[in-house]
Every structure is written in structure tokens, then in C-alpha cells.
Design a protein around this ligand. Sequence first.
Ligand code: CO
Length: 134
Amino acid sequence: MIGRLNHVAIAVRDLGVGTAIYRDTLGAAVSQPLPQPDHGVTVVFVELPNTKIELLEPLGDNSPIAGFLEKNPSGGIHHVCYEVDDIYAARDRMVQNGARVLGDGEPRKGAHNKPVLFLHPKDFCGTLVELEQA
Ligand code: CO
């Protein structure tokens, strides 16, 4: 059911430092920072030929990545995002297979203004998974 790898999201303490690593050291094209107050993060997109890397920096007091950065002070891979054709069909399939969909189970608008769901890491090999309707 899942399709392309849409992005890998990496949590960082400082987007300026992360941007410099990806732009200057690794030589990638990095976007301008995009604050996403609804998600409690500021994001930059690293465009690669076959996928994207998103660097996430906490935004606001209750950022969902604050706890992750406490446990991973150097930053780290926060989630992977796979594309699906139909987010509702994907959600139903997850529930049928006993996997936990985070939140109220209703898709939300993600970083690309497309509907997304997040799946519990304990049900997916210890990795937070985002599904995005491509
Ligand atoms: Co994401």
C-alpha cells in the first residue's frame, strides 16, 4: 500500500546549524525556514533528487519534538513519511491491523498542506511513521 518515501524528518535544536550542515558541508539545496505554529515546529526542506529531508526545530512552549530532543540532545531521526493514495483507506487498514493511529485518528494538514496521519512508533519497529496522501 505505501508508495514513495516522501521525507525523513530530523529533529534539531538549531535550524541554523542544521541548515549549515546540509547546505555547506553536504552541499544540498535547503529552503528558507517555514514556521508551522499548528505543529509546534519550524521546518526547512532539504531537496534531494529522490526524496526530501526535513529539519525540525521546536517552536513554542509545547512543541511535540521537545521531549524527543531532551532524550536525543544531538538531534536525531524523528519520523519517516510514506506516501499513500487514499489517507482514509490507509487509516482503516492500520486500524484493521491493530496499529495505533495517533491523535483522534482524523487526518490533519501536514507540512505540505496535504492530509497526514501519524502512527505509533511501538507498532512500527520503533519508528514514528507519517502517512501522507500524495
Ligand atoms: Co513529516
